[in-house]
Design a protein around this ligand. Structure first.
Ligand SMILES: *Cc1c(COP(=O)(O)O)cnc(C)c1O
Length: 388
């Protein structure tokens, strides 16, 4: 079966009511007919649900659908994307281990890596998104346990070569952990390119309508089992309600992502030579610095476009102030188009030098392209640019 068919047809077992759409199993715990079955359940001798912090049919349906999309053996769903990131670090690394991470990573992930991992004796170093194969090899240490990256990166949209990095990871027996939030499994499947684990903030494109928080990690069975054991005791489980919402969303993910990406490519083409813009980045524009890698490992350029305003930071604020339709909000991956100015908002706590290191220039605008008609999105951006 094609993975898209599998996603739509995978469902929690039908109940005696013979319902067509999967019901939501809003239950904290599960019952047993007798003491012996209950004993066997707790002894892990039979594979049944016990308590929704461990497993729940609605949550399992979401996880199985994500495994189908990513080509993964198994997975575990969490209350947010950050819980999935944190669990993958805490379950698989210990004191004395080293994490090699790309420097262009989500803000809260950066906080976990730089502020919290050191408390547990886990060291880390950052490597540039533009690093060559030699630079990646040179950055590996004898105690490197995990490589962590996002591609395309947020918000700079740099593209990293997953196959090249996974080859190095395999040679050195290092876990390759990829945050696939920006591309979604519709545009990119890191496991097929050699990744061991794939993480998602389901809050973004997977929900796609800005309603619920959620996260998931999928990948090699053995690694997922360790993550499951950590989560089952530490408690970041995804709520069955959120899982039900997310699971319905996955049925339309492919058609939504096709439109997000075609709208984004159209905007990128129309805006790239605009007089108020010094450069515009989109993975599937030939002018993108890693266009060849993007074309090789992605089937579309995704739904994010970013550009630099010639007028810098002041122009960035003017641009946001003059938008009439686009939303000013912290989220991304919504049916509604969202504009953000990272230098004055999400990345304001970094110094200018730190921002430049990860390609966050003063006039950088990030557009999460929605599903409105492409001419309406373009018209709002063009009228706002006139003020910059
Ligand atoms: C939003 C995001 C996260 C964190 O996910 P939450 O669901 O907000 O916890 C992680 N990685 C990337 C790339 C993100 O955009």
């Amino acid at each position: 079966m094609n993975p898209i068919t599998k996603v739509i047809r995978t469902r929690a077992a039908q109940t005696n009511e013979m319902e067509h759409s999967s019901p939501m199993f809003l239950t904290s715990s599960f019952c047993y007919n007798d003491a012996e079955t209950m004993r066997a359940a707790f002894a892990d001798e039979i594979d049944v649900n016990i308590y929704s912090r461990f497993s729940n049919p609605t949550v399992d349906e979401f996880v199985q659908r994500m495994c189908a999309l990513e080509g993964a053996e198994d997975g575990y769903a969490t209350a947010s994307g950050m819980a999935a990131v944190f669990a993958s670090f805490m379950a698989l690394m210990k004191q004395g281990d080293h994490l090699l991470s790309c420097n262009a990573i989500f803000g809260s992930t950066h906080t976990v890596v730089s502020k919290f991992l050191p408390k547990y004796g886990i060291e880390s170093t950052y490597i540039s998104a533009a690093a060559t194969e030699e630079a990646w090899r040179a950055a590996i240490k004898p105690n490197t346990k995990m490589i962590y990256l996002e591609t395309p990166t947020n918000p700079g949209l740099d593209v990293l070569d997953i196959a090249m990095i996974s080859k190095i990871a395999k040679e050195k027996n290092i876990i390759l952990n990829v945050d696939n939030c920006f591309a979604t499994p519709i545009a990119q499947q890191p496991i097929a390119l050699g990744a061991d684990l794939v993480i998602h903030s389901a809050t973004k494109w997977l929900d796609g309508q800005g309603r619920v928080l959620g996260g998931v990690v999928v990948g090699k069975e053995k690694l997922i089992h360790d993550i499951y054991l950590f989560c089952r005791s530490s408690g970041p489980a995804l709520s069955p309600f959120n899982a039900w919402v997310l699971s319905r969303s996955l049925e339309t993910l492919e058609v939504r992502m096709e439109r997000h990406a075609s709208n984004a490519l159209y905007l990128a083409e129309q805006l790239q030579h605009h007089e108020k813009i010094s450069w515009l980045k989109y993975p599937f524009l030939p002018s993108h610095p890693q266009y060849a890698i993007a074309k090789a490992q992605m089937s579309s350029g995704g739904g994010i476009v970013c550009f630099e305003l010639k007028g810098g930071s002041e122009a960035g604020k003017k641009f946001l102030n003059h938008l009439q339709m686009l939303s000013l909000t912290a989220n991304l991956g919504d049916t509604r188009t969202i504009a953000s100015h990272p230098a004055s908002t999400t990345h304001a706590k970094l110094s200018e030098a730190e921002r430049l290191e990860v390609n966050i220039t003063p006039g950088l605008i990030r557009i999460s392209v929605g599903l409105e008609h492409r001419e309406d999105i373009l018209a709002d951006i063009i009228q706002a640019l006139a003020y910059c």
